[in-house]
Design a protein around this ligand. Structure first.
Ligand code: AHG
Length: 336
């Protein structure tokens, strides 16, 4: 007879346990995380059958970023909106796949404290080739009056005001990792019970790392400081223990997840053609900057802390450099 390991907490048990530390907490954030966990399980099922059903391939339209929309992006986006709209903790959402915010505007949602920004399926150009992809989310407390519909001002907030941020990685196993100011915790989906179980408590990004992740194809379009740092990563020197290993999956969730666990630096710099780079501040940079900072790492746009950037619009892009603090120091020395 197999015994159930009751030492392992599920996502729900864990978030409810956290509530015990805050007697005045309303439980809305726990509900929100449970809702996102539910969407993640549904998306996971579809991602896993991507090669089997006619869901693979392009939807035939381009999203607001001018990128081709894959069918699974649409499915994932619908799942995220669905669970958050029907939950009781979210007043509205912004998605990388949609031009504008969606204000839920019903009696229950208007009472909700939070809004959520998300990238439903990041790295989706990798779906067709069976590479790990992910969902990224960012939670803000509303600045507009509770009781009324949420507004754009609730979404256009600096990353430092995030209450929580996280991601789901659909990889060799499926994991949900989320951060609040209290810490970063990772949960692995146990398919036998259909629950996310706490597998990586109190995650910390190692101070030193040996992995750098960057698209080398753009090398000659990067600014001099970035090229100088890449060269330093490739050289052996006493202080850094190099040369470092280069790993670049082209799926940010996978690259940053690995670096968070093993130590490393992830870079998506601006290029001569695209000075702002490719990654979206609100859907990709802010949530990962928050997670990495809580885990002890750092994240900048090359000149300032990502979390301090005042966004001007929902879909703006930013250069992004993030990872182990000592590697970020080395990068900054080269870019100075
Ligand atoms: P997409 O969702 O269109 O596949 O983009 C993925 C993002 C990010 O996850 C990844 O790190 C980066 O784009 C890769 O871009 P390059 O191919 O330009 O390196």
């Amino acid at each position: 007879m197999t015994t159930v390991n009751r030492q392992v907490l599920t996502l729900d048990e864990f978030t409810i346990q956290q509530l015990r530390n805050f007697p005045k907490a309303t439980g809305q954030l726990s509900n929100l995380l449970r809702d996102i966990g539910l969407a993640a399980k549904r998306i996971n099922v579809e991602v896993n059958k991507a090669g089997l059903v006619d869901i693979l391939g392009s939807y035939g339209s381009v999203n607001v970023q001018g990128e081709e929309v894959k069918k699974l992006d649409v499915f994932a986006n619908n799942q995220m909106i669905g669970v958050l709209r029907h939950g009781i903790s979210c007043a509205g959402v912004g998605s990388e796949e949609m031009d504008d915010i969606v204000v839920f505007d019903d009696e229950v949602s208007n009472q909700s404290k939070y809004v959520v920004l998300y990238d439903p399926l990041d790295g989706s150009s990798n779906i067709d080739v069976n590479v790990s992809i992910g969902t990224i989310f960012s939670v803000f407390r509303r600045v507009s009056e509770v009781g009324k519909p949420c507004t754009m001002a609730d979404f256009i907030q600096k990353g430092i005001y995030q209450v929580a941020a996280g991601y789901i990685i659909y990889g060799s196993s499926t994991m949900l990792v989320y951060a609040t100011r209290r810490g970063v915790n990772g949960f692995t989906l146990d398919p036998s019970i259909g629950e996310f179980c706490l597998s990586h408590p109190s995650m910390k990004c190692p101070e030193f790392g040996q992995i750098y992740s960057v698209n080398h194809g753009n090398y000659f379009q990067y600014e001099e400081g970035v090229r100088k740092y890449i060269t330093a990563c490739q050289q052996k020197n006493a202080s850094n223990g190099g040369p470092y290993t280069q790993r670049y999956i082209g799926s940010m969730v996978s690259d940053v997840h690995r670096n968070l666990i093993k130590g490393g630096i992830f870079m998506y710099p601006g290029t001569t053609g695209k000075p702002e780079g490719k990654l979206r501040l609100m859907y990709e940079c802010n949530p990962f900057a928050f997670i990495l900072e809580v885990a002890g790492g750092r994240a900048t746009d090359g000149t300032q802390r990502i979390l301090e950037i005042q966004p001007g619009s929902l879909h703006e892009r930013s250069p992004f450099f993030a990872g182990s603090s000592s590697m970020m120091d080395e990068l900054e020395d080269c870019m100075a």
